[in-house]
Design a protein around this ligand. Structure first.
Ligand code: UN1
Length: 482
Protein backbone atom coordinates (compact mmCIF):
# COMPACT_ATOMS: atom_id res chain seq x y z
CA UNK A 1 0.00 0.00 0.00
CA UNK A 2 2.88 2.41 0.80
CA UNK A 3 4.34 4.24 -2.19
CA UNK A 4 8.08 4.11 -2.72
CA UNK A 5 9.28 7.72 -2.95
CA UNK A 6 12.51 8.55 -4.74
CA UNK A 7 14.63 11.65 -4.88
CA UNK A 8 15.16 13.56 -8.13
CA UNK A 9 18.88 14.18 -8.56
CA UNK A 10 20.68 14.93 -11.87
CA UNK A 11 17.40 14.25 -13.66
CA UNK A 12 17.23 10.65 -12.38
CA UNK A 13 14.86 9.17 -9.84
CA UNK A 14 16.82 7.32 -7.18
CA UNK A 15 17.10 6.65 -3.46
CA UNK A 16 18.84 9.13 -1.22
CA UNK A 17 22.07 7.95 0.39
CA UNK A 18 20.64 8.46 3.89
CA UNK A 19 18.57 6.36 6.28
CA UNK A 20 15.04 5.11 5.69
CA UNK A 21 12.08 7.34 6.47
CA UNK A 22 8.33 7.24 5.93
CA UNK A 23 5.16 9.29 6.05
CA UNK A 24 1.99 8.10 7.76
CA UNK A 25 -1.68 8.90 7.44
CA UNK A 26 -2.46 11.25 10.36
CA UNK A 27 -6.07 10.01 10.44
CA UNK A 28 -4.85 6.36 10.80
CA UNK A 29 -1.28 6.48 12.03
CA UNK A 30 -0.88 2.72 11.51
CA UNK A 31 -0.99 3.29 7.76
CA UNK A 32 2.32 4.06 6.06
CA UNK A 33 1.69 6.31 3.05
CA UNK A 34 5.20 6.61 1.64
CA UNK A 35 8.63 5.08 2.24
CA UNK A 36 11.94 6.51 1.19
CA UNK A 37 15.66 6.79 1.84
CA UNK A 38 16.44 10.40 2.75
CA UNK A 39 18.90 12.63 0.91
CA UNK A 40 22.32 13.51 2.32
CA UNK A 41 24.90 16.23 1.84
CA UNK A 42 26.55 14.15 -0.91
CA UNK A 43 23.21 13.96 -2.74
CA UNK A 44 22.90 17.73 -2.36
CA UNK A 45 26.35 18.32 -3.84
CA UNK A 46 25.42 16.24 -6.88
CA UNK A 47 22.09 18.00 -7.28
CA UNK A 48 23.65 21.46 -7.11
CA UNK A 49 26.38 20.48 -9.58
CA UNK A 50 23.71 19.21 -12.00
CA UNK A 51 21.59 22.33 -11.46
CA UNK A 52 24.56 24.62 -12.12
CA UNK A 53 25.35 22.71 -15.31
CA UNK A 54 21.72 22.83 -16.48
CA UNK A 55 21.04 26.44 -15.47
CA UNK A 56 22.95 28.02 -18.33
CA UNK A 57 21.04 26.20 -21.09
CA UNK A 58 17.75 26.73 -19.23
CA UNK A 59 18.18 30.49 -18.96
CA UNK A 60 18.97 30.67 -22.68
CA UNK A 61 15.83 28.71 -23.52
CA UNK A 62 13.18 31.21 -24.70
CA UNK A 63 10.81 32.19 -21.93
CA UNK A 64 7.88 30.94 -24.02
CA UNK A 65 9.45 27.48 -24.19
CA UNK A 66 10.03 27.46 -20.45
CA UNK A 67 6.41 28.49 -20.04
CA UNK A 68 5.36 25.58 -22.26
CA UNK A 69 6.67 23.16 -19.66
CA UNK A 70 4.55 24.82 -16.97
CA UNK A 71 1.47 24.74 -19.21
CA UNK A 72 1.96 21.02 -19.81
CA UNK A 73 2.45 20.47 -16.07
CA UNK A 74 -0.83 22.29 -15.38
CA UNK A 75 -2.68 19.96 -17.76
CA UNK A 76 -1.18 16.88 -16.09
CA UNK A 77 -2.17 18.15 -12.63
CA UNK A 78 -5.73 18.83 -13.77
CA UNK A 79 -6.00 15.31 -15.19
CA UNK A 80 -4.68 13.74 -11.99
CA UNK A 81 -6.35 16.08 -9.50
CA UNK A 82 -8.52 13.33 -8.00
CA UNK A 83 -5.66 10.87 -7.52
CA UNK A 84 -3.09 13.35 -6.23
CA UNK A 85 -5.75 15.11 -4.15
CA UNK A 86 -6.64 11.86 -2.39
CA UNK A 87 -2.94 11.17 -1.80
CA UNK A 88 -2.54 14.66 -0.35
CA UNK A 89 -5.42 13.98 2.02
CA UNK A 90 -3.92 10.65 3.10
CA UNK A 91 -0.52 12.14 3.70
CA UNK A 92 -1.37 15.57 5.20
CA UNK A 93 -4.90 15.14 6.57
CA UNK A 94 -6.88 18.01 5.04
CA UNK A 95 -10.30 17.07 3.64
CA UNK A 96 -10.65 15.46 0.24
CA UNK A 97 -12.31 18.58 -1.20
CA UNK A 98 -9.37 20.64 0.07
CA UNK A 99 -6.84 18.09 -1.21
CA UNK A 100 -8.30 17.96 -4.72
CA UNK A 101 -8.83 21.72 -4.62
CA UNK A 102 -5.17 22.24 -3.78
CA UNK A 103 -4.00 20.20 -6.77
CA UNK A 104 -6.25 22.26 -9.05
CA UNK A 105 -4.90 25.38 -7.41
CA UNK A 106 -1.33 24.25 -8.14
CA UNK A 107 -2.38 23.75 -11.79
CA UNK A 108 -3.77 27.29 -11.84
CA UNK A 109 -0.51 28.63 -10.37
CA UNK A 110 1.48 26.86 -13.10
CA UNK A 111 -0.86 28.30 -15.74
CA UNK A 112 -0.57 31.84 -14.37
CA UNK A 113 3.21 31.62 -14.34
CA UNK A 114 3.27 30.17 -17.86
CA UNK A 115 1.31 33.28 -18.89
CA UNK A 116 4.13 35.46 -17.58
CA UNK A 117 5.95 34.73 -20.83
CA UNK A 118 3.25 36.72 -22.65
CA UNK A 119 3.35 39.54 -20.14
CA UNK A 120 7.06 40.03 -19.56
CA UNK A 121 7.77 43.70 -20.20
CA UNK A 122 10.74 45.90 -19.45
CA UNK A 123 11.70 49.47 -18.78
CA UNK A 124 13.37 51.96 -21.10
CA UNK A 125 14.24 55.42 -19.79
CA UNK A 126 15.05 58.64 -21.54
CA UNK A 127 18.66 59.71 -21.28
CA UNK A 128 19.85 63.23 -20.54
CA UNK A 129 22.60 62.61 -23.13
CA UNK A 130 22.25 62.64 -26.90
CA UNK A 131 22.28 59.34 -28.72
CA UNK A 132 21.76 57.29 -25.57
CA UNK A 133 18.91 55.38 -24.03
CA UNK A 134 18.81 53.65 -20.69
CA UNK A 135 17.14 50.31 -20.13
CA UNK A 136 16.76 47.74 -17.41
CA UNK A 137 17.36 44.10 -18.29
CA UNK A 138 16.62 41.17 -16.05
CA UNK A 139 18.53 37.95 -15.56
CA UNK A 140 17.77 34.87 -13.47
CA UNK A 141 19.61 34.40 -10.18
CA UNK A 142 21.00 30.96 -11.10
CA UNK A 143 20.33 28.01 -8.80
CA UNK A 144 17.76 28.85 -6.13
CA UNK A 145 16.90 26.86 -3.01
CA UNK A 146 13.21 26.31 -2.29
CA UNK A 147 12.24 25.10 1.19
CA UNK A 148 8.55 24.40 1.76
CA UNK A 149 6.24 23.39 4.64
CA UNK A 150 3.88 20.42 4.99
CA UNK A 151 0.57 22.31 5.21
CA UNK A 152 0.25 23.11 1.49
CA UNK A 153 2.29 20.27 -0.04
CA UNK A 154 1.36 21.25 -3.62
CA UNK A 155 0.30 24.93 -3.70
CA UNK A 156 3.23 26.52 -1.88
CA UNK A 157 5.92 24.56 -3.79
CA UNK A 158 4.06 25.42 -7.02
CA UNK A 159 4.02 29.13 -6.26
CA UNK A 160 7.76 29.14 -5.56
CA UNK A 161 8.99 26.70 -8.22
CA UNK A 162 6.83 27.95 -11.13
CA UNK A 163 8.05 31.57 -11.10
CA UNK A 164 11.62 30.43 -10.41
CA UNK A 165 11.50 28.27 -13.54
CA UNK A 166 9.68 30.62 -15.89
CA UNK A 167 12.17 33.39 -15.05
CA UNK A 168 15.01 31.05 -15.98
CA UNK A 169 16.35 29.70 -12.69
CA UNK A 170 17.25 26.13 -11.76
CA UNK A 171 15.80 24.87 -8.47
CA UNK A 172 16.94 22.61 -5.66
CA UNK A 173 13.89 21.86 -3.54
CA UNK A 174 13.63 20.53 -0.01
CA UNK A 175 10.02 19.88 0.97
CA UNK A 176 8.89 19.08 4.51
CA UNK A 177 9.70 15.48 5.45
CA UNK A 178 6.06 14.88 6.45
CA UNK A 179 4.86 15.05 2.83
CA UNK A 180 7.38 13.26 0.58
CA UNK A 181 4.75 11.60 -1.62
CA UNK A 182 3.17 14.86 -2.70
CA UNK A 183 6.60 16.35 -3.31
CA UNK A 184 7.42 13.46 -5.63
CA UNK A 185 4.09 13.90 -7.44
CA UNK A 186 4.77 17.56 -8.12
CA UNK A 187 8.34 16.93 -9.29
CA UNK A 188 7.18 13.99 -11.47
CA UNK A 189 4.60 16.27 -13.05
CA UNK A 190 7.31 18.72 -14.09
CA UNK A 191 9.66 16.07 -15.47
CA UNK A 192 6.81 14.45 -17.41
CA UNK A 193 5.94 17.90 -18.73
CA UNK A 194 9.39 18.04 -20.29
CA UNK A 195 11.58 19.87 -17.77
CA UNK A 196 15.21 19.20 -18.77
CA UNK A 197 17.40 17.05 -16.50
CA UNK A 198 18.99 18.85 -13.57
CA UNK A 199 16.81 22.00 -13.76
CA UNK A 200 14.81 20.75 -10.76
CA UNK A 201 16.11 18.52 -7.99
CA UNK A 202 14.00 17.09 -5.19
CA UNK A 203 15.81 16.35 -1.94
CA UNK A 204 13.76 15.09 0.98
CA UNK A 205 15.83 15.13 4.13
CA UNK A 206 16.34 16.52 7.63
CA UNK A 207 16.32 20.19 8.59
CA UNK A 208 20.13 20.28 8.61
CA UNK A 209 20.07 19.50 4.88
CA UNK A 210 18.11 22.73 4.36
CA UNK A 211 20.81 24.74 6.13
CA UNK A 212 23.48 23.04 4.04
CA UNK A 213 21.49 23.79 0.91
CA UNK A 214 21.36 27.49 1.74
CA UNK A 215 25.07 27.57 2.63
CA UNK A 216 26.06 25.75 -0.55
CA UNK A 217 28.33 27.97 -2.67
CA UNK A 218 26.44 26.89 -5.80
CA UNK A 219 23.10 28.16 -4.47
CA UNK A 220 22.33 31.82 -5.16
CA UNK A 221 19.15 32.53 -3.16
CA UNK A 222 16.47 31.08 -0.91
CA UNK A 223 12.68 31.10 -0.99
CA UNK A 224 11.35 29.74 2.30
CA UNK A 225 7.96 29.16 3.90
CA UNK A 226 7.77 27.77 7.42
CA UNK A 227 8.14 28.77 11.03
CA UNK A 228 9.46 32.16 12.11
CA UNK A 229 12.15 30.37 14.11
CA UNK A 230 13.59 28.35 11.21
CA UNK A 231 13.05 31.23 8.79
CA UNK A 232 15.01 33.62 10.98
CA UNK A 233 17.87 31.15 11.28
CA UNK A 234 18.04 30.70 7.51
CA UNK A 235 17.76 34.46 6.94
CA UNK A 236 20.84 34.89 9.14
CA UNK A 237 22.73 32.39 6.99
CA UNK A 238 21.64 34.27 3.87
CA UNK A 239 22.68 37.63 5.32
CA UNK A 240 26.10 36.27 6.23
CA UNK A 241 26.58 34.91 2.73
CA UNK A 242 24.87 37.92 1.08
CA UNK A 243 22.26 35.79 -0.68
CA UNK A 244 18.81 37.18 -1.45
CA UNK A 245 16.10 35.61 0.69
CA UNK A 246 12.34 35.60 0.69
CA UNK A 247 10.74 34.16 3.83
CA UNK A 248 7.08 33.56 4.61
CA UNK A 249 6.62 32.71 8.25
CA UNK A 250 4.07 32.61 11.04
CA UNK A 251 0.81 34.41 11.53
CA UNK A 252 -1.62 35.24 14.32
CA UNK A 253 -4.34 36.65 12.18
CA UNK A 254 -7.20 38.68 13.60
CA UNK A 255 -10.74 39.15 12.33
CA UNK A 256 -12.48 42.30 13.58
CA UNK A 257 -16.28 42.22 13.69
CA UNK A 258 -18.00 45.57 14.25
CA UNK A 259 -21.56 46.00 15.51
CA UNK A 260 -23.01 46.85 12.09
CA UNK A 261 -21.69 43.67 10.42
CA UNK A 262 -23.96 40.98 8.95
CA UNK A 263 -23.45 38.57 11.84
CA UNK A 264 -24.51 35.40 10.01
CA UNK A 265 -22.01 36.12 7.27
CA UNK A 266 -19.27 37.17 9.69
CA UNK A 267 -19.74 34.03 11.81
CA UNK A 268 -19.56 31.73 8.77
CA UNK A 269 -16.41 33.43 7.45
CA UNK A 270 -14.67 33.50 10.83
CA UNK A 271 -15.38 29.79 11.36
CA UNK A 272 -14.14 28.95 7.86
CA UNK A 273 -11.00 31.03 8.45
CA UNK A 274 -10.31 29.44 11.82
CA UNK A 275 -11.24 25.83 11.15
CA UNK A 276 -10.67 24.92 7.47
CA UNK A 277 -7.63 22.70 6.96
CA UNK A 278 -7.85 22.10 10.73
CA UNK A 279 -6.56 25.64 11.27
CA UNK A 280 -3.17 24.58 9.88
CA UNK A 281 -2.57 27.61 7.68
CA UNK A 282 -0.36 30.56 8.42
CA UNK A 283 -3.28 32.65 7.15
CA UNK A 284 -5.86 31.02 9.47
CA UNK A 285 -8.00 33.26 11.68
CA UNK A 286 -6.73 32.66 15.19
CA UNK A 287 -7.88 35.85 16.93
CA UNK A 288 -11.33 37.37 16.92
CA UNK A 289 -11.89 40.95 18.04
CA UNK A 290 -15.60 41.59 18.44
CA UNK A 291 -17.47 44.75 19.31
CA UNK A 292 -18.98 44.41 22.80
CA UNK A 293 -22.46 45.22 21.47
CA UNK A 294 -22.61 42.04 19.35
CA UNK A 295 -20.28 39.75 21.27
CA UNK A 296 -22.92 37.35 22.59
CA UNK A 297 -24.92 37.28 19.38
CA UNK A 298 -21.80 36.52 17.31
CA UNK A 299 -20.47 33.90 19.71
CA UNK A 300 -23.83 32.09 19.72
CA UNK A 301 -23.66 31.82 15.97
CA UNK A 302 -20.02 30.75 15.98
CA UNK A 303 -20.68 28.10 18.63
CA UNK A 304 -23.55 26.69 16.57
CA UNK A 305 -21.45 26.48 13.42
CA UNK A 306 -18.41 24.95 15.14
CA UNK A 307 -20.51 22.35 16.93
CA UNK A 308 -22.00 21.38 13.55
CA UNK A 309 -18.58 20.59 12.05
CA UNK A 310 -18.03 16.89 11.36
CA UNK A 311 -14.58 15.86 12.56
CA UNK A 312 -13.29 12.56 11.21
CA UNK A 313 -11.54 10.70 8.42
CA UNK A 314 -10.84 13.38 5.81
CA UNK A 315 -11.23 10.88 2.98
CA UNK A 316 -14.97 10.65 3.76
CA UNK A 317 -16.73 13.18 1.57
CA UNK A 318 -18.93 14.55 4.36
CA UNK A 319 -16.03 15.36 6.73
CA UNK A 320 -15.43 19.04 7.51
CA UNK A 321 -12.31 18.73 9.65
CA UNK A 322 -9.47 16.23 9.40
CA UNK A 323 -6.70 15.53 11.94
CA UNK A 324 -3.65 17.55 12.92
CA UNK A 325 -0.69 16.53 10.80
CA UNK A 326 1.25 14.60 13.47
CA UNK A 327 1.21 13.47 17.09
CA UNK A 328 3.53 16.36 17.99
CA UNK A 329 1.24 18.86 16.28
CA UNK A 330 -1.79 17.45 18.09
CA UNK A 331 0.00 17.57 21.45
CA UNK A 332 1.16 21.15 20.90
CA UNK A 333 -2.39 22.26 20.08
CA UNK A 334 -3.89 20.49 23.09
CA UNK A 335 -1.17 21.91 25.36
CA UNK A 336 -1.87 25.44 24.11
CA UNK A 337 -5.59 25.00 24.83
CA UNK A 338 -4.94 23.54 28.29
CA UNK A 339 -2.60 26.40 29.11
CA UNK A 340 -5.17 28.97 28.02
CA UNK A 341 -7.86 27.37 30.17
CA UNK A 342 -5.45 27.27 33.13
CA UNK A 343 -4.83 31.01 32.52
CA UNK A 344 -8.55 31.65 32.88
CA UNK A 345 -9.90 31.43 29.32
CA UNK A 346 -13.58 30.52 29.08
CA UNK A 347 -14.33 27.60 26.78
CA UNK A 348 -17.11 28.58 24.36
CA UNK A 349 -16.86 25.19 22.67
CA UNK A 350 -14.35 22.35 22.19
CA UNK A 351 -11.12 21.87 24.18
CA UNK A 352 -11.78 18.32 25.47
CA UNK A 353 -9.43 15.82 23.78
CA UNK A 354 -10.99 12.80 22.05
CA UNK A 355 -10.57 9.67 24.12
CA UNK A 356 -12.06 6.88 22.04
CA UNK A 357 -12.81 5.72 18.52
CA UNK A 358 -11.13 6.79 15.29
CA UNK A 359 -10.64 10.33 16.57
CA UNK A 360 -8.52 9.19 19.50
CA UNK A 361 -6.58 6.79 17.29
CA UNK A 362 -5.78 9.50 14.73
CA UNK A 363 -4.28 12.89 15.56
CA UNK A 364 -7.63 14.65 15.87
CA UNK A 365 -8.18 17.78 17.93
CA UNK A 366 -11.56 19.30 18.76
CA UNK A 367 -12.32 22.64 17.09
CA UNK A 368 -12.12 25.09 19.98
CA UNK A 369 -13.28 28.63 20.70
CA UNK A 370 -11.93 30.39 23.79
CA UNK A 371 -13.07 33.70 25.27
CA UNK A 372 -10.20 35.59 26.89
CA UNK A 373 -10.84 38.14 29.59
CA UNK A 374 -7.92 40.17 28.34
CA UNK A 375 -5.35 39.90 25.55
CA UNK A 376 -1.70 39.12 26.22
CA UNK A 377 -1.70 35.46 27.20
CA UNK A 378 0.23 32.86 25.23
CA UNK A 379 -2.80 31.69 23.22
CA UNK A 380 -3.31 35.31 22.12
CA UNK A 381 0.36 35.89 21.28
CA UNK A 382 1.79 32.63 19.97
CA UNK A 383 0.89 30.72 16.82
CA UNK A 384 -1.09 27.57 17.73
CA UNK A 385 -1.39 26.20 14.16
CA UNK A 386 -4.60 24.33 14.88
CA UNK A 387 -8.38 24.82 15.00
CA UNK A 388 -8.33 27.22 17.94
CA UNK A 389 -9.93 30.67 17.95
CA UNK A 390 -9.29 33.15 20.78
CA UNK A 391 -11.87 35.88 21.26
CA UNK A 392 -11.53 39.26 22.93
CA UNK A 393 -14.10 42.04 23.25
CA UNK A 394 -13.42 45.53 21.86
CA UNK A 395 -14.84 48.74 23.20
CA UNK A 396 -15.09 50.98 20.18
CA UNK A 397 -13.20 51.18 16.92
CA UNK A 398 -9.91 52.60 18.19
CA UNK A 399 -9.73 49.75 20.64
CA UNK A 400 -10.59 47.22 17.89
CA UNK A 401 -7.72 48.35 15.66
CA UNK A 402 -5.35 48.42 18.61
CA UNK A 403 -6.27 44.85 19.57
CA UNK A 404 -6.00 43.64 15.96
CA UNK A 405 -2.46 45.08 15.78
CA UNK A 406 -1.53 43.61 19.16
CA UNK A 407 0.70 40.92 17.64
CA UNK A 408 4.31 40.45 16.62
CA UNK A 409 2.96 38.95 13.38
CA UNK A 410 1.36 40.76 10.44
CA UNK A 411 0.34 38.28 7.76
CA UNK A 412 -3.39 38.64 7.12
CA UNK A 413 -6.41 40.24 8.73
CA UNK A 414 -10.13 40.66 8.18
CA UNK A 415 -12.66 43.35 9.04
CA UNK A 416 -16.42 42.77 8.97
CA UNK A 417 -18.37 46.01 8.61
CA UNK A 418 -20.08 48.21 6.04
CA UNK A 419 -18.58 51.34 7.53
CA UNK A 420 -16.41 52.78 4.79
CA UNK A 421 -14.65 55.04 7.23
CA UNK A 422 -13.48 52.09 9.29
CA UNK A 423 -12.44 50.15 6.19
CA UNK A 424 -10.33 53.08 4.99
CA UNK A 425 -8.84 53.36 8.45
CA UNK A 426 -8.02 49.63 8.48
CA UNK A 427 -6.33 49.90 5.07
CA UNK A 428 -3.94 52.44 6.60
CA UNK A 429 -3.56 51.30 10.16
CA UNK A 430 -4.07 47.52 10.29
CA UNK A 431 -0.52 46.29 9.83
CA UNK A 432 -0.91 43.19 7.68
CA UNK A 433 0.32 42.02 4.29
CA UNK A 434 -3.15 40.80 3.23
CA UNK A 435 -6.38 42.52 4.30
CA UNK A 436 -9.82 41.01 3.74
CA UNK A 437 -12.90 43.18 3.96
CA UNK A 438 -15.94 41.03 4.78
CA UNK A 439 -14.19 37.74 3.96
CA UNK A 440 -12.04 35.29 5.93
CA UNK A 441 -8.31 35.77 6.51
CA UNK A 442 -7.05 32.80 4.45
CA UNK A 443 -6.68 32.47 0.70
CA UNK A 444 -4.16 33.72 -1.84
CA UNK A 445 -4.98 34.17 -5.53
CA UNK A 446 -2.18 33.23 -7.92
CA UNK A 447 -2.09 36.57 -9.75
CA UNK A 448 -1.74 38.94 -6.79
CA UNK A 449 1.10 39.56 -4.32
CA UNK A 450 1.11 37.49 -1.15
CA UNK A 451 3.10 37.89 2.02
CA UNK A 452 3.23 39.47 5.43
CA UNK A 453 4.82 42.22 7.41
CA UNK A 454 6.44 42.34 10.90
CA UNK A 455 7.51 38.82 12.05
CA UNK A 456 5.44 37.16 9.29
CA UNK A 457 7.49 37.96 6.23
CA UNK A 458 10.86 39.11 4.96
CA UNK A 459 11.98 40.08 1.49
CA UNK A 460 10.00 40.55 -1.73
CA UNK A 461 6.40 39.32 -1.86
CA UNK A 462 5.45 36.02 -3.48
CA UNK A 463 3.02 35.19 -6.29
CA UNK A 464 1.58 37.32 -9.05
CA UNK A 465 3.87 39.75 -10.80
CA UNK A 466 5.68 40.37 -7.51
CA UNK A 467 7.47 37.03 -7.83
CA UNK A 468 9.66 38.38 -10.66
CA UNK A 469 11.28 40.86 -8.29
CA UNK A 470 12.65 38.03 -6.20
CA UNK A 471 13.61 35.57 -8.93
CA UNK A 472 15.51 38.01 -11.16
CA UNK A 473 18.18 40.62 -10.70
CA UNK A 474 18.38 43.73 -12.86
CA UNK A 475 21.14 45.42 -14.80
CA UNK A 476 20.67 49.07 -15.77
CA UNK A 477 22.17 49.50 -19.22
CA UNK A 478 23.34 52.90 -20.55
CA UNK A 479 23.18 52.21 -24.27
CA UNK A 480 24.92 54.26 -26.96
CA UNK A 481 26.18 53.37 -30.39
CA UNK A 482 29.99 53.12 -30.46
C1 UN1 B 1 -3.88 30.21 1.86
O1 UN1 B 1 -4.33 30.90 2.77
O2 UN1 B 1 -4.62 29.66 1.03
O3 UN1 B 1 1.68 28.41 4.92
C2 UN1 B 1 -2.43 30.06 1.65
C3 UN1 B 1 0.63 29.03 4.80
C4 UN1 B 1 0.63 30.23 3.87
C5 UN1 B 1 -0.20 30.02 2.67
C6 UN1 B 1 -1.65 30.20 2.91
N1 UN1 B 1 1.99 30.50 3.45
O4 UN1 B 1 -0.38 28.67 5.38
Amino acid sequence: MAVRVRQLITGRWRDGAGPRSESRNPARPGEVVAELAVATGADLDEAVAAASAAADEWRRTPMHERAGVLDAAARILDERAEQYGAELTREEGKTLAEGVGEIRRAAEIFRFNAGEAHRDVGEIYSSPRRGESIMVVRRPLGVVAVITPWNFPAAIPAWKIAPALVHGNAVVWKPASLVPLLAMRLAETLTEAGLPDGVLSLLVGPGALGTRMVEHPGVAALSFTGSTEVGTRLMEVCARLRKPVQAEMGGKNAAVVLADADLDHAAAEVVAGAMRSTGQKCTATSRLVVDAAVEDALLDRIRGLVEGLRVGDPLRPDTDLGPAVSADARDDILTAVEGAVADGAEVITGSTPYTDGERAEGYFVPPTVLRLTEPGSSVWRDEVFGPVLSVVRADGRENAIRLANDSAFGLSGAVFTNDLDFVLRAMEDFHVGVLHVNSETAGADPHVPFGGTKDSGYGPKEQGRAARDFYTSTTTVYLRAG
